[in-house]
Design a protein around this ligand. Structure first.
Ligand code: NAD
Length: 351
């Protein structure tokens, strides 16, 4: 099994789940950008099934070596630049990795797949992990379905949409056995503290302002990361080749309500007399350009066809997440100080 982006937030959850379920071999191909962190894989790094390859997915030569060395039975492609705000400030890396990198991984997977004996080729799978942001914005009603037309707003969403199109084209033109997942917002342990939930938790713990875009009215559907990892493994094992699976948490929340819920949990788990109620730290800031109003997916196909089910509802998932950050300072203090990759993060990178 080859997992790209396995040192990232979702990728590390997928790698941990694969190792826990006894996968024969799990090869993590990751370049270790600012978002890649081997600390997130501590619990599996000594497992004999786990291998790490520090490789850029845009490097075709290195990919060829990795595929020849490990001869994977499947590819789960998660490596990407993933932060919308960064894509607005500097789209270049997003195009390079999310479009060019997806192209390179597809090309190598295709070369490898065509070289496999027929029985192995029959079983080979390429699972591409993408986002619901490719569909743009919903108004107050309705859900994205697998026939919603693509209409991306941000450079991040555009680059992911381009990657999705390449994956489908490699399936139709070359027959590579690809499947696509479009998933809603993930949250949980080991998420880099630039995203809304961990940023709010860590700023709240440090008595720093809690920035919220606009008036916090934008709505996202939240999914606990281990439920997403389960969905990825279900699609890998049981999904129909050529199919698209939408995955979501059935938990639509306004950003402001998510931030308030984090504040209430901090009040309970880490009461701070100097701050009083953590809600007092909320600061509304100028809205993100092109900020889509609402995303929410219809996940009925994966539930119906692959028997996937949510196991962590939002309220308990958020409690688990806040508790994890409170109890795992070692992880995020190394991230915030830059020790995890030998450099220090500037404030701008966190905001
Ligand atoms: P992340 O930013 O936490 O991790 C990305 C990983 O990819 C990092 O380990 C990074 O080092 C690696 N990477 C980046 N560029 C690379 C390159 N050129 N070569 C090799 N490795 C590279 O991202 P995430 O939140 O874990 O997201 C993983 C995937 O899931 C992405 O494809 C993302 O688009 C998708 N997704 C994320 C969410 C979400 O809410 N986080 C929701 C839906 C889909």
């Amino acid at each position: 099994m080859l997992v790209t982006g396995g040192a990232g937030f979702i990728g590390s959850a997928v790698v941990r789940a694969l190792v826990a379920r006894g996968a024969e071999s799990v090869v993590n191909v990751d370049k270790l950008t600012y978002a890649g962190n081997l600390d997130s894989l501590q619990e599996v790094s000594a497992d004999p099934s786990y291998y790490f390859e520090c490789v850029d997915v845009c490097d075709q030569g290195e990919l060829e070596r990795v595929f020849r060395t490990h001869s994977p039975t499947a590819v789960i492609h998660l490596a990407a630049e993933s932060h919308v705000d960064r894509s607005i400030d500097g789209p270049d890396e997003f195009i390079r990795t999310n479009v060019g990198g997806t192209f390179s991984v597809l090309q190598e997977a295709r070369r490898h797949w065509t070289s496999l004996p027929p029985a192995d080729a029959e079983r080979f799978r390429f699972v591409h992990v993408s986002t619901d942001e490719v569909f743009a914005s919903l108004g107050t009603g309705g859900l994205f379905t697998d026939v919603t037309p693509y209409d991306p707003s941000s450079p991040y969403a555009g680059s992911k949409a381009a990657g999705d199109h390449l994956v489908r084209a490699w399936r139709r033109t070359y027959g590579v056995p690809c499947l696509v997942i479009n998933c809603s917002n993930n949250y949980g342990p080991y998420q880099f503290p630039e995203k809304l939930i961990p940023l709010t938790i860590l700023n709240g713990l440090a008595d720093e302002p809690l920035p919220v875009y606009g008036r916090g009215e934008n709505v996202r559907d939240w999914l606990y990361v281990d439920d997403h990892a389960d969905a990825v493994l279900a699609v890998l094992a049981l999904g129909r080749v050529g199919e698209t699976y939408l995955v979501g948490g059935d938990s639509q929340r306004r950003n402001i309500d998510v931030v308030r819920e984090v504040c209430a949990l901090l009040d309970e788990l880490r009461p701070d007399a100097a701050v009083g109620r953590h809600e007092s730290l909320i600061r509304f800031v100028a809205d993100r350009p092109g900020h889509d109003f609402r995303y929410a997916v219809d996940a009925s196909r994966i539930r119906r066809e692959l028997r996937w089910a949510l196991s962590v509802p939002f309220d308990s998932g958020l409690r688990k997440t806040v508790t994890w950050y409170v109890e795992n300072r070692w992880w995020w203090e190394r991230v915030r100080s830059g020790v995890y990759r030998g450099e220090r993060l500037g404030l701008d990178a966190r905001r």
